[in-house]
Design a protein around this ligand. Structure first.
Ligand SMILES: Cc1cc2nc3c(=O)[nH]c(=O)nc-3n(C[C@H](O)[C@H](O)[C@H](O)COP(=O)(O)OP(=O)(O)OC[C@H]3O[C@@H](n4cnc5c(N)ncnc54)[C@H](O)[C@@H]3O)c2cc1C
Length: 463
């Protein structure tokens, strides 16, 4: 079994450094720091608005090195962050909280279609399949939460969402102990490294300069200092998500949260006959420490979960290498959910970091005075949100008032995380509490959510 090497997605297409580094100083109009989906989508839409601008993307390793090339491949309409807090932010500025949340829902649903249409337009072969997403409940407490979540989603304007009973779930997919599932059509499966790779090529074709193996070490108004030279620039957009903590002065602005995945070898036709899953829906569950999965284009199961949620002092993994106990937990989860896949060898394990703000909300900021912008804090739902953030950033840079710039996460500043060891103990405690609550709920026939999970949500600021 391979461990790390960025990710299965990345190594299966032989991704790596293919572009030159910055050669000395440069003078441009707009600099984008980070060659993940946020940075690349921002460059993509900027080029359309500013056809003559000199745009430079600076990437420290290679495009897709971060979460964008390592994720679960859920191009979903899930809104990252806390809905009650988004409502409060809107109300604080004199707007209606419910309408603000409905706008977020509508924007995310439309963004799934927008990304799919750009994938088509740019001929990006990322094995996209618009298959929808199933959220499985495996005990009464999970089912009760699911029913409530669907009701809330519909109240906030979500379209096409439905509740499936155990029989209807069985017809689509055989997940052990599944008692119900929620279905939303607004989700597509992608091979994430192929998506970033194709997008980077499209951005370059449009005339944007992309440099790799170039690290920004300091960002100031009008200037980005890198290890290869100094870039004089009009505006700067920081698109480094979980890596934000490595920039001077930003250590506590965000928490680099881990997520880890395994992928099996391709299953046999017999195994797929037992599991079903012909629709290749994305698959999640309504547990507190949930897993997320996809049936890959080449007939494997790829499944992820939090693993060791956070490394002391905001340390980041080395090239995706993950811990043995995390791998053991992921393999156990595959076997528990899909007994028919128990004999399938695991081919690859890896992990990556996503960005979490202290209040768990996304933040898209452009400071017109300094010319510095940033888009961060998508938690585990960045695949679609990066596209929304990019289009929002372009409107902000262009000085345009649009439905995007009025969303409640625009100009939202979250409080800073606590210093260590409080930060480490807090996150470790949160996920220990979630796992304890999940085990209790699975053993119980009660439809009530475990009080331990509710308390953990409140203390951590998630609820
Ligand atoms: C294992 C895992 C599974 C996930 N699953 C899903 C999913 O299924 N669906 C979903 O919606 N979201 C998922 N996410 C989250 C999603 O992948 C991210 O939110 C999204 O990719 C963030 O994109 P980004 O471009 O902002 O950041 P990144 O992709 O992390 O890109 C940041 C880039 O900046 C570069 N960089 C860092 N520092 C510097 C510097 N100083 N100078 C220059 N460059 C720098 C990095 O090398 C990196 O390439 C998952 C994340 C992980 C880790």
């Amino acid at each position: 079994m391979r461990n790390g090497e960025i990710s299965f997605w990345s190594s299966s297409i032989g991704a790596g450094v293919t572009r030159a580094a910055l050669q000395g100083d440069a003078d441009v109009d707009i600099t984008i720091v980070g060659g993940g989906l946020t940075g690349l989508w921002t460059a993509y839409y900027l080029r359309q608005d500013f056809p003559d601008a000199r745009i430079l993307v600076i990437e420290s390793r290679f495009c897709g090195f971060g979460a964008s090339g390592r994720n679960g491949g859920w191009l979903s309409a899930e809104v990252p962050g806390n809905r009650a807090r988004y409502a409060a932010i809107a109300e604080d500025s004199g707007r209606d909280g419910l309408s603000a949340n409905r706008a977020l829902t509508a924007t995310m649903e439309a963004a799934v279609a927008e990304v799919l249409s750009r994938i088509g337009l740019e001929d990006i072969d990322c094995r996209a399949r618009h298959s929808g997403v199933l959220t499985i409940a495996r005990c009464p407490a999970q089912q009760a939460r699911l029913v409530e979540e669907i009701r809330d989603a519909q109240r906030l304007g979500a379209t096409g969402v439905e509740l499936l009973d155990a029989e209807a779930v069985q017809r689509r997919i055989r997940v052990d102990r599944a008692v119900a599932a929620g279905f939303s059509p607004h989700c597509a499966r992608v091979q994430p490294a192929r998506l970033v790779h194709g997008l980077a090529a499209a951005v370059e074709r449009s005339g944007v300069r992309v440099v790799e193996e170039t690290t920004a070490t300091q960002v100031e108004p009008g200037q980005v200092t890198t290890d290869r030279g100094i870039v004089t620039t009009g505006q700067v957009v920081l698109c480094v998500e979980g890596f934000t903590v490595e920039l001077p002065g930003r250590r506590r602005s965000l928490l680099p949260m881990n997520s880890a995945m395994v992928v099996t070898d391709p299953l046999s036709d017999l195994q797929w006959d037992e599991i079903g899953w012909d629709g290749a829906e994305l698959l999640g569950e309504s547990a507190h420490a949930y897993t997320y999965a996809q049936r890959t284009d080449d007939g494997r199961i790829a499944l992820g979960e939090r693993g060791v949620p956070y490394r002391f002092g905001s340390r980041i993994d080395r090239d995706g290498r993950t811990q043995r106990r995390t791998i053991a937990g992921l393999v156990r989860a595959v076997h528990e959910m899909f007994p028919a896949a128990a004999s399938a060898p695991v081919a690859h394990a890896w992990c990556g970091v996503l960005g979490v703000h202290r209040d768990w909300n996304t933040s898209i900021i452009f400071d017109r005075r300094t010319g510095i912008g940033s888009a961060t804090g998508y938690v585990g739902s960045g695949l679609t949100t990066t596209n929304v953030a990019a289009r929002t950033m372009v409107d902000l840079i262009a000085g345009r008032d649009s439905y995007l710039t009025r969303l409640p996460w625009v100009d939202h500043r979250s409080p800073r995380w606590e210093p260590e060891p409080v930060r480490y103990l807090g996150v470790a405690g949160l996920y220990a509490a979630y796992r304890f609550a999940d085990r209790r709920e699975l053993r119980s026939q009660s439809s009530r959510t475990s009080a331990v999970a509710g308390l953990a949500d409140r203390i951590s600021g998630r609820a």
